[in-house]
Ligand binder design. Structure first.
Ligand code: GLY
Length: 370
């Protein structure tokens, strides 16, 4: 069964299809969006080897001529150099403004190909076919595209909505368990930020989702995409409520930065620990009941995510350094610390002008050094 979640953005509205077998049906979903029957598929070498041929066959059956452009796997491709190289290869294919690009892969490919699409000949359409759980529930929906620079992740980018998202649950069968756990962090994040009933459901369903049981997996992805679609429709450019989707991310980015964004700590793991820290900080400052912080940590731990600093790669951390990273976050305004915090399980809010000494003392109480 295929679930369809619409993202309503007036002239830029699109559908997110979720279900099994979508890769094999991609050609017939994509064909109506093309002005001429040709496209470029961007994938990293690993994803291309696993799923590229099936997508190309499906496109070819629909009469679409497709060229596969592979990029090296890993975050390093999300750079100015990687962007220039991809744009050059798109130009060599003589892709026109009326054509479109297909991003087949996880967050790196979606962000890079999406950003290339936003600037190629001043903007060309693109389609997301996310192949990780994290990309299916979060990064493929909502139009955030970006590359990294030496000064930080995702600092150069654009809002550019895809024309269509195809989330094929079958591709998750080959996903490493660690990547499933990372996707689970973003799934739990949705419950923690805005849906207590979903937290209750997850309390039972986490093992089934991680085991890729079809009904549980489909429900988890559908629910998160529906929440994201609703938030993005209300606040596409993150002037308000969309910022809540960054729950756990400011703490998480600081932990990732201390790991030089290396593989020892994956983004999802950092977000998991970050959510637990955001809840405990809210509890420590009297904003949220301690029982809710414990319930949040229990959910995250059930998914196998780190919930304490001493479980995070790079421990021990310096509280000063973590706070310095958090002050540089994209959400920070004029140097003031801005965090997504919580009043309760399922009730997040944006806290502006968070007191740095209080945050530092909290991180030390969590085991960080001065
Ligand atoms: N990943 C957060 C957002 O798309 O807003």
């Amino acid at each position: 069964m295929i679930h369809t979640v619409p993202v309503s953005l007036a002239g830029r509205s699109y559908d997110v299809h979720i279900g099994k077998g979508l890769l094999d049906q991609a050609g017939r979903h994509i064909a109506p969006l093309l002005r001429r029957a040709r496209t470029a598929v961007v994938a990293d070498a690993d994803v291309a080897a696993l799923h590229g041929q099936r997508l190309l066959s499906s496109l070819s059956e629909a009469g679409i001529e497709a060229r596969l452009l592979t990029i090296p796997p890993g975050e390093a491709s999300k750079s100015f150099e990687g962007l220039a190289d991809l744009c050059d290869r798109l130009l060599a294919l003589e892709l026109d403004r009326g054509d479109l690009i297909v991003a087949l892969g996880g967050g790196v490919v979606g962000d890079l190909a999406g950003f290339a699409a936003s600037i190629y000949k001043r903007g060309i359409d693109f389609i997301q076919i996310p192949t990780t759980l994290l990309a299916q529930v979060d990064s493929s929906v909502g139009g955030k595209t970006a590359i990294d620079t030496g000064r930080g992740k995702n600092l150069i980018g654009a809002f550019h909505q895809p024309r269509l998202v195809l989330a094929d649950l079958d591709v998750l069968t080959t996903l490493p368990d660690r990547e499933m756990v990372c996707g689970m962090a973003e799934i739990i994040k949705y419950g923690l930020l805005g849906d207590r009933a979903f937290c209750d459901w997850l309390g039972d369903a986490i093992p089934a989702v991680l085991a890729r049981e079809p009904l549980a997996l489909a429900e988890a992805v559908r629910h998160c995409v529906a929440m994201k679609a609703e938030i993005v429709a209300e606040d596409e450019r993150e002037t308000g409520r969309r910022a809540l989707l960054n729950l756990g991310h400011t703490f998480g980015h600081a932990l990732e930065a201390e790991n030089a964004y290396g593989d020892a700590l994956k983004h999802g793991e950092a977000v998991g620990a970050g959510c637990a820290l955001a809840f405990r900080f809210a509890a420590a400052t009297g904003l949220c009941p301690a029982a809710d912080a414990e319930a949040a940590a229990l959910l995250l731990a059930r998914a196998g995510l780190p919930i304490r600093l001493d479980q995070v790669a790079g421990h021990p951390f310096s509280a000063d350094r973590l706070v310095a990273h958090m002050a540089q976050d994209k959400k920070a305004e004029a140097g003031a610390l801005t965090l997504v915090l919580v009043h309760a399980l399922g009730d997040a809010f944006v806290a502006r002008s968070v007191d740095a000494p209080t945050l530092r003392a909290f991180l030390q109480s969590e085991g960080a050094t001065a």
